[in-house]
Design a protein around this ligand. Structure first.
Ligand code: ADP
Ligand code: ASP
Ligand code: MG
Length: 403
C-alpha cells in the first residue's frame, strides 16, 4: 500500500518524539508499504513564531508571516529525514514547493490549486521515504504561502489525493475522534467511524482535531482518512461515507469554538443591496463570516450582527470603517467574550425536538443564548464564553453521549 502518515505538533514535540515517529515510519516500511510523511512544526513552534512577528507589528505583512511560519514545518521535516537516514532507512525531506504544491496567493490562508506529484513519485520509486513539510505551498509566482492554522492536515489529505494513496493516517495526541473534546469532557467516547459530513461540521464548528478544509477535500477526493494517536497502537477513527455507517445516532458530537468574535452593526441603512455590499466587501478581504442575524428594521434603519474568527476582526474592522465613513452604518461594536457550542448528527435529519432539547438544556443551566443557527445536521448557539465548558458538558450528558 501507499500510505500518507501525518504527524501533528505534539507527535513531533521534541527530539525523542521525532525519533519515535521515525520508528513508527520504519515499522510501516518494514511491513512492506511505501510511505509519504507529512509533518507539522514542533508543538508551540508556530505560536512562538506568531508572537515574534507580533513583537514588531500588530499587522505584519502577510507574505512575511508566511515566510516565517513555514519555517517551523521545514525544521521538523529535515530532522525526521535525518533521523530516518541514520536508522538506515533512505529518506528525503521536501518543502511544499519541492513537493509541487501550488496555491492561490491568499497569504496565511491559501487554498491548494494543484499538486504536481512528479518529484514525490521519483523519490518513492527510488525507494525513499518522502518527508514533506506540511502547512505550506507556493503561489504561481513562487512566493511561499501557508494554508491556515492546522493546515498540515490539509497538506496530508491533498497529497494523499494527488498520489492516489490507499490510506491517509492523521497521527495526533488523542486516539481518534471523540463525542466531544476529551480535554473538556473526560467522559467523551471515541467513535469507531464518523461520516465526512458530520466530521466536516464538527471541524468547521471548532473541533480542531482535523482542519475543516482537510475534511472537505477528503470527502471530495474520497480519501480513506483515519485519525489515531502516535503514542500507542490503539485503533483510531475512520472518517468515511455516510452509507458505510450502520448505526446513526441522533447526535454524534458536540463542538466548541472559542475563536469567534461578534460584530454588531447598528443603524444600518435599510436599503436593497446593503447586505450584499457589506458581505461582498468582507469576502473580498477574505474575512470568513459565520452566523448572521438581521433584526426587523424601523425608521429606515436595521441592525446586523455576525460572527467572524477572532484573528480576522482587524480585517473586518478595516472594511466596516469604510461603511461608517460613508454613513451607511451609525455604530459598530465588537464582542470578544463569546463562544459557539454546536451539536452535530446526521440522525437529526429524521427527528424532531433535537434543537428544542439543546435550548432547554441551556435554560436549565441558566445560560443565555444570543444567536442560533441550524442546518439539517447541526444546531449552533452563541453564548457567553464563561459558560463554554459547562454548556459542552451539559449537552454531552443531555444527549446521553457518555452512555
Ligand atoms: P495536532 O497538533 O496533532 O494537529 P491538534 O491540537 O490540532 O493536534 O488536535 C488535537 C486536539 O483536538 C486534541 O488534543 C483535542 O483536545 C482536540 N479536540 C477537539 N475536539 C475533539 C474531538 N471531538 N475528538 C478528539 N479531539 C478533539
Ligand atoms: N503548525 C501549523 C499550526 O500550528 C500547522 C499545523 O500544525 O497543522 O497551525
Ligand atoms: Mg491540528
Amino acid at each position: 500500500m501507499l500510505i500518507v502518515q501525518k504527524f501533528g505538533g505534539t507527535s513531533v514535540g521534541d527530539l525523542e518524539r521525532i525519533q519515535n515517529v521515525a520508528n513508527r515510519v520504519s515499522k510501516t516500511v518494514k511491513e512492506g508499504h511505501q510511505v509519504v510523511v507529512v509533518v507539522s512544526a514542533m508543538s508551540g513552534e508556530t505560536n512562538k513564531l506568531v508572537a515574534y512577528a507580533e513583537h514588531f507589528s500588530k499587522n505584519p505583512a502577510r507574505n512575511d508571516v508566511d515566510m516565517l511560519l513555514s519555517s517551523g514545518e521545514r525544521v521538523t521535516a529535515a530532522l525526521l529525514s535525518i533521523a530516518l537516514n541514520e536508522m538506515g532507512l533512505p529518506a528525503v525531506s521536501m518543502s511544499g514547493r519541492r513537493a509541487g504544491i501550488i496555491t492561490d496567493a491568499v497569504h496565511t490562508k491559501a487554498r491548494i490549486e494543484s499538486i504536481d506529484p512528479t518529484k514525490m513519485f521519483d523519490e518513492l520509486n527510488s525507494g525513499k521515504v518522502v518527508v514533506i513539510a506540511g502547512f505550506q505551498g507556493v503561489d504561481e509566482n513562487g512566493n511561499v504561502t501557508t494554508l491556515g492554522r492546522g493546515g498540515s492536515d490539509l497538506s496530508a489529505v491533498a497529497i494523499a489525493g494527488a498520489l492516489e494513496a490507499d490510506l491517509c493516517e492523521i497521527y495526533t495526541d488523542v486516539s481518534g475522534i471523540y463525542t466531544t473534546d476529551p480535554r473538556i469532557e473526560p467522559k467523551a467516547k471515541k467513535l469507531d467511524k464518523i461520516s465526512y459530513d458530520e466530521m466536516l461540521e464538527l471541524a468547521s464548528l471548532g473541533a480542531k482535531v482535523l482542519q475543516n478544509r482537510s475534511v472537505e477535500l477528503a470527502k471530495k477526493l474520497n480519501v480513506n482518512l483515519v485519525t489515531r494517536t502516535s503514542f500507542t497502537d490503539e485503533e483510531g477513527t475512520l472518517i468515511t461515507k455516510e452509507e458505510n455507517i450502520m448505526e446513526k445516532p441522533l447526535v454524534s458530537g458536540i463542538a466548541l469554538d472559542k475563536n469567534q468574535s461578534r460584530i454588531s452593526l447598528m443603524g444600518v441603512k435599510d436599503r436593497p443591496g446593503i447586505a450584499s455590499d457589506i458581505f461582498n466587501k468582507l469576502a473580498d478581504s477574505s474575512v470568513n463570516i459565520d452566523m448572521i442575524i438581521q433584526t426587523v428594521g424601523h425608521d429606515g434603519m436595521t441592525n446586523l450582527d455576525f460572527t467572524v474568527p477572532k484573528n480576522e476582526v482587524l480585517d473586518a474592522k478595516a472594511v466596516m470603517d469604510k461603511f461608517l465613513e460613508a454613513n451607511e452604518i451609525q455604530d459598530i461594536s465588537y464582542d470578544d467574550s463569546i463562544c459557539k457550542v454546536s451539536i452535530v448528527g446526521v440522525g437529526m435529519k429524521s427527528h424532531t425536538g433535537v434543537a428544542a432539547k439543546a435550548f432547554s438544556t441551556m435554560a436549565a443551566e441558566n445560560i443565555n443564548i444570543s444567536m442560533i443557527s441550524t442546518s439539517e445536521i447541526k444546531v449552533s448557539m452563541v453564548i457567553s464564553e464563561k459558560y463554554a465548558e459547562l454548556a459542552v458538558r451539559s449537552l454531552h450528558s443531555a444527549y446521553a453521549l457518555d452512555k
